[in-house]
Write a protein that binds this ligand. Structure first.
Ligand code: KG4
Ligand code: ZN
Length: 336
């Protein structure tokens, strides 16, 4: 069988990334140039700054992906690029680069949905995951429970009504004076604190559906914090621990309930928040109690990267799902 090497390009938010993956499985290179330091002083991603940095960085990142893989341009079968969802200016840099590059080397283009890429990260490392399954997609921009009867079918059975889980981590971190990105900062502070010292609601846990709401949880943090400050009892680490616990409990319980309702044997996770240790440990524990199998990507494949884009693109390559030079970028999801 002829080996299929695909170049993946990812610029949907604040990581400029390029990777080469063989046959949708073997990661030959996975270069991620993070802009975190650049945005840290603003407490969040500044879209225009992100786009400009992608332009400066993308050539070098793609070059490095080829050099690390030890391949030349002629060796690849296609150029894959994230074209939705994400920051429009940031996406456009990747899409424009991919189109020009693919045209110049006479290779086809594959347009990849960023969230399909996140989900694919599970299969990059464990191609034999048993389906059907439930996948909890938790990133900076999205929180959804997805029922997957097969590798190509994604049915959203519930999602957040307001903020995404990662967005809540980022906003709460900023409010508490912790650094950006908020998820790792809250997780670090929480390690020094105790959940339950301050008390937060488990929003929507009592509701018999698969919807989430994290904006209310964030507001509860703010209201409590102001009261505790007046009493001289506010403790950042304890608040971080309770916030993380409140958010994780709801994510885990709803994922387990979804697995039971849809009678699947496997639960997966995808997206940056899936890097959270409490979430990984809690889901593993609860899944074991319910005799469910659990899988999630290793840490570097949870957060944004291009290996997951090149991997997902291989599935599309096999079905002949190619884009044209008319390809555009879209900030929102057309559908999952
Ligand atoms: O998937 P991702 O890298 O980018 C998007 O597609 O949005 O996810 C980024 C989000 C950020 O909100 C970040 O705070 C969160 O993932 N995140 C975490 C952790 N690491 C990253 N959240 C909780 N705990 C973590 N360890
Ligand atoms: Zn992402």
């Amino acid at each position: 069988m002829k080996e299929i090497y695909i170049l993946g390009i990812e610029t949907s938010c604040d990581e400029t990334a390029a990777a080469i993956v063989k046959n949708g499985q073997d990661i030959l290179s996975n270069v991620v140039q993070s802009q975190v330091k650049l945005h840290q002083k603003f407490g969040g991603v500044v879209p225009e700054v992100a786009s400009r940095k992608h332009i400066e960085t993308i050539y070098a990142v793609v070059d490095e992906a080829f050099a690390t893989a030890g391949l030349g341009y002629e060796d690849i079968a296609a150029v894959a690029v994230t074209n939705r969802p994400g920051l429009i200016g940031a996406l456009l840099v990747g899409v424009s680069f991919a189109k020009a590059f693919a045209y110049s080397i006479n290779k086809p283009i594959i347009a990849v949905n960023h969230l399909h890429g996140h989900i694919y990260a599970n299969f990059l490392e464990k191609p034999d995951i048993e389906l059907p399954c439930i996948c909890l997609v938790v990133s900076g921009g999205h929180t959804s429970l997805v029922y997957m009867p097969s590798r190509q079918e994604y049915r959203v059975i519930g999602e957040t009504r307001d903020d995404a889980a990662g967005e809540a981590f980022d906003k709460v971190a900023r409010f508490l004076g912790l650094s950006y990105p908020g998820g790792p900062a809250v997780e670090k502070a929480a390690r020094e604190g105790t959940p339950g010292v301050h008390k937060l609601p488990r929003v929507f846990l009592d509701k018999d559906d698969f919807e989430f709401s994290f904006s209310g949880l964030k507001t509860a943090v703010m209201n409590q914090w102001r009261k505790l400050e007046k009493l001289g009892q506010a403790n950042v680490n304890d608040m971080a621990a309770e916030f993380q616990q409140a958010l994780v409990e709801v994510l885990v319980e709803k994922t387990i309930r979804a697995a039971q309702k849809y009678q699947v044997k496997t639960v997966l996770m995808a997206g940056g928040v899936a890097a959270n240790s409490l979430l990984r440990n809690s889901l593993t524990k609860r899944a074991a109690e319910e005799q469910l199998k659990v899988a999630f990507p290793s840490l570097s494949l949870c957060t944004d990267n291009a290996a997951m884009i090149a991997g997902q693109a291989y599935m599309q390559y096999k079905c002949g799902d190619f884009a044209s030079l008319e390809l555009n970028a879209y900030p929102g999801l057309l559908s999952l």
